[in-house]
Design a protein. Structure first.
Length: 153
């Protein structure tokens, strides 16, 4: 039978601590990485559903290419309004839009009627238009976020 010396025991304890920290770090990385994939997957699914909502409700005015109609319907493609005014964009989709807005330096004074979409449909179409036609937004718009947006009185 072999005896473990005090020095050998200290070495073993150091190795146990090191490998424990390494293992916990690996588990943390794996958990975070799987959450990112889940979020990315969730965004991809929402974008897919949003494309269908866009085709059914938005394409007639904003066109298949998202460029809208000059001086009549604002562009969604590469839109500074969409990028910089997230809540206002959600509000317009959810409740409609009237009054003057400026998109990419162009003034629009048209009216967009409320479309009667659910919070989930608003979130899906927002994710679609925010990630199509040179737009890029990795922040997932959720039905919960949409539900918190209220009309302007």
């Amino acid at each position: 039978m072999r005896l473990i010396t005090a020095n050998r025991m200290k070495t073993i304890e150091k190795h146990i601590k090191f490998y424990s920290i390494l293992f916990i770090s690996f588990l943390s990385f794996t958990a975070c990485n799987s959450q990112e994939k889940k979020s990315g997957s969730e965004l991809s699914k929402s974008i897919e559903k949003g494309a269908l909502v866009y085709e059914d409700f938005c394409m007639t005015c904003h066109m298949p290419n998202g460029k809208g109609v000059p001086k009549t319907f604002p562009p969604l493609a590469n839109s500074d309004y969409l990028k910089n005014k997230r809540e206002a964009s959600i509000r317009a989709i959810k409740y409609g839009q009237k009054g003057e807005i400026i998109v990419n330096g162009e003034t629009y004074k048209g009216v967009m009627s409320p479309l009667g979409l659910s919070d989930e449909e608003v979130a899906d179409v927002m994710n679609y238009i925010s990630n199509t036609w040179d737009n890029k937004n990795d922040t997932l718009t959720t039905p919960e976020e949409v539900s918190k947006v209220k009309p302007i009185k």
